[in-house]
Design a protein around this ligand. Structure first.
Ligand code: AMP
Ligand code: MG
Length: 420
């Protein structure tokens, strides 16, 4: 693997002391090497995993032309264009129980949704428009050839890959794989991620809180965010701001993980001593990113593990995780293409203060005003106010160059939740 410093020095406009968020993303992406190992798992166990093989149907789905409605399978050639047509009903076909014979001129077959189209027929007339007269039916004019039928292979075609290597498997993919009758599928092994918090002021949940201490909440938010990504996690607890303890924690994390995520210890006051220790263990860059919240961040490699050293402030941890770490971990997991959370424009209901020269991730609430969606901030935006993340349902992303936002102006938002 190329040294990280060499990779990032090739990027235009790379400035570690005032790094544009897009450059930080680009620098991270340029260095990442996804996991390559794979394993076969049962189809249901593949939910949330990444394909390590193309999925290629060996037969068409559906395998036969079939009816899309309840009605009568007919031969379009029999139907008069301008007048009613009388046809003789010669049998029926249900889903899973095909009609065995062949349908001749002037004949039709009663069909249910999903029934294989009887030989000779090409069109389905829905039952609601048909008049029944004894063993015959009367079809009104105005039917279209092929209507209300589903063609063989309209969902999946034999030999044409339906899912490619690097595709993340969600509910629809499990269904597709099952529709091909596959009980197992080959996926990349799960990414292993170790994480810990640093800080002398941190108390662990369950322990009493001494004077000046705060409970370590970051390990809980990180646990939640990492769990949702479907990675294998290893919680290394709280590590004091002690060079020997930190060095041991990083070395242990690197020995067993593909990525390490830490919080705290990267701000100007603390970075110096972490920096020296990191220089011994691996290659780590310390960045000041032009963003708010979450200015300081470390990125690098210790052994074979990629390190994401996030700031300590609880909101900054979440913002830097979602803006940089999430996409990076998905990419490391083997996902192809762009995994970033989409941005879309919504009108801001209020003015928002902002100065050009940094990207801001304000916590927002999308709400309905009549028929339209609007967004407002949650109010207090301090990077220690974790409550703002919980009150919000989106980030309001205010771009680097942007200044003050007037009420009614469009801003970009990123939803926290959606269909997964
Ligand atoms: P640092 O980046 O280590 O200077 O920490 C910045 C701020 O975040 C300080 O107020 C810390 O007390 C707070 N902080 C750091 N780590 C945690 C944590 N794990 N849980 C909650 N707050 C933290
Ligand atoms: Mg600290």
């Amino acid at each position: 693997m190329k040294p990280i410093a060499e990779v990032v020095s090739c990027l235009d406009g790379y400035d570690p002391n005032a790094l544009h968020v897009d450059k930080a993303r680009e620098a991270i992406r340029a260095c990442l090497v996804p996991v390559a190992d794979d394993e076969r798992v049962a189809t249901r166990a593949a939910l949330g995993r990444v394909l390590a093989e193309d999925v290629v149907p060996s037969f068409d789905v559906p395998a036969h032309d079939n009816s899309a409605m309840d009605g009568y399978a007919v031969r379009a050639a029999d139907l008069a264009a301008q007048t009613e047509t009388r046809l003789e009903e010669v049998g029926s076909a249900f889903a899973g129980r095909p009609f065995k014979g062949k349908v001749g001129a002037g004949e039709c077959v009663r069909v249910m949704t999903g029934a294989v189209m009887p030989a000779g027929t090409d069109t389905v007339v829905i039952q609601e428009v048909v008049r029944i007269e004894g063993d015959s039916i009367v079809v009104p004019p105005g039917q279209r050839r092929g209507q209300n039928t589903r063609a063989a292979g309209e969902d999946l075609k034999a030999g044409v890959p339906v899912l490619k290597i690097g595709h993340a498997l969600g509910p629809s993919e499990l269904g597709l794989i099952a529709s091909l009758g596959l009980a197992e599928v080959r996926v990349r092994r799960r990414l292993r991620v170790a994480f810990f918090s640093t800080g002398d002021e941190l108390a662990s949940v369950g322990a009493p809180l001494a004077d000046g201490q705060v409970y370590d909440s970051n390990r809980y938010t990180l646990y939640g965010m990492l769990s949702r990504l479907g990675v294998e996690i290893r919680d290394l607890g709280v590590v004091r701001d002690d060079p020997a303890l930190l060095e041991a924690a990083f070395a242990s994390a690197a020995a067993n993980a593909d990525a390490i995520v830490t919080s705290g210890g990267v701000s100007v006051g603390e970075a110096d001593f972490t920096r020296q220790m990191m220089a011994r263990l691996g290659e780590v860059l310390f960045w000041r990113i032009a963003m708010r919240p979450g200015r300081p961040m470390a990125f690098g490699r210790i052994g074979n593990a990629f390190l994401f050293g996030l700031p300590g402030n609880p909101v900054a941890v979440m913002v830097t995780f979602y803006q940089f770490v999430r996409d990076a971990l998905l990419h490391l997991s083997g996902r192809s293409g762009d995994c970033s959370v989409p941005l879309f424009g919504v009108k801001s209901s209020h003015a928002i203060r902002k100065v050009p020269g940094r990207t801001e991730y304000q916590r927002g609430v999308l709400f309905r005003e009549g028929a339209e969606w609007r967004v407002r901030t949650t109010g207090q935006q301090g990077s220690g106010v974790l409550r703002s993340m919980s009150e919000a349902n989106c980030f309001i992303v205010l771009e680097h160059e942007r200044g003050k936002v007037e009420a009614g102006e469009t801003v970009q938002v990123q939803l926290f939740d959606g269909l997964a």
